[in-house]
Design a protein around this ligand. Sequence first.
Ligand SMILES: NC(=O)c1ccc[n+]([C@@H]2O[C@H](COP(=O)([O-])OP(=O)(O)OC[C@H]3O[C@@H](n4cnc5c(N)ncnc54)[C@H](OP(=O)(O)O)[C@@H]3O)[C@@H](O)[C@H]2O)c1
Length: 313
Amino acid sequence: MRAITYDRFGGADVLKLTDLPTPKVGPDSVLIRVRASSVNPVDWKVREGYLAEIMDTVFPVIPGWDVAGVVEQVGLDTPEFQVGDEVFGYVRKDVVGGEVAGGTFAELVAAPVRTVARKPASWSFEEAAAAPLAGLTAYQTIRRAGVQSGHTVLVHAAAGGVGSFAVQIARSLGARVIGTASETNHDYLRSLGAEPITYGDGVGARVRALAPEGVDVVLDYVGGDALDSVTEVLREGGTVASITDARARDEFGGHYVWVRPDSADLAELARLGDTGELKPEIAEVFDLADAAGAHERSESGHVRGKVVVRVSA
Ligand SMILES: NC(=O)c1ccc[n+]([C@@H]2O[C@H](COP(=O)([O-])OP(=O)(O)OC[C@H]3O[C@@H](n4cnc5c(N)ncnc54)[C@H](OP(=O)(O)O)[C@@H]3O)[C@@H](O)[C@H]2O)c1
């Protein structure tokens, strides 16, 4: 099968198109014929070696954790799926790389069933590939923070991969959403039902101008100085969740979240997809052979929604 691999940490130029044997399919895994994958910032952080202290790496590594495709072979005990099922998943394994732990920038990937769910019928494979990691991150942070109908929620980096899902999920729960983004993304945020504001100096005052009583929940999807305004914008009894800054938990008594593969949560994203409440935003689609271009686009830090990689037609 064709796959993108790298055999040392480094820049996007370490990514190469290679031929590899078909992966083995463990007893609780399914083999997926990959139609599309997508890029998450963690992919290039792993490629640079930033996660080497917390996850073992075995070279060569096939990058990519998001997948949408069709089940080609089932494992010894996988009653959840049949050959031919259209699925999507966040196929993060416990080890990065190696023959047993290949990623999704490949024509075939073996995926433990806990990482996969049925693809929503109303999404294309490319849309479905955009959703797993970022959508699960949004969904799991929103659940941990306890967002409810009637809440006012501040979403930092609301136009990004995670933020664009979070805005839609929070809106589906009946929350009012204020989202930070640069001016170029304000109309997009309005189209999702959010009230846009620019980030940077004075962001706390801009939030207070829209919500004088403060917000119930702050969701931080960018890090840096985003949490500096927490005490200024959060109302009494409100809470904060971050995916990039442990101060949310350690300093502000909220939540620091690391997304987990979860087939039930994926099924909930699919349900929201099919009701029309959740729609992945795709900034650009790259061919598998241009994986380096896809990584570089994500590294720009200003993608609206997701960068998708088309693997097969
Ligand atoms: N802990 C976890 O489980 C977990 C899971 C997923 C992601 N992450 C991390 O969370 C971060 C976001 O992930 P992502 O996939 O959403 O990234 P992304 O799609 O690359 O984010 C891009 C977005 O960030 C916005 N942005 C850039 N600087 C900003 C700022 N200072 N304030 C507000 N918005 C800003 C951009 O908006 P403009 O173009 O309008 O500037 C753009 O829409 C990454 O660091 C990623 O590694 C962690």
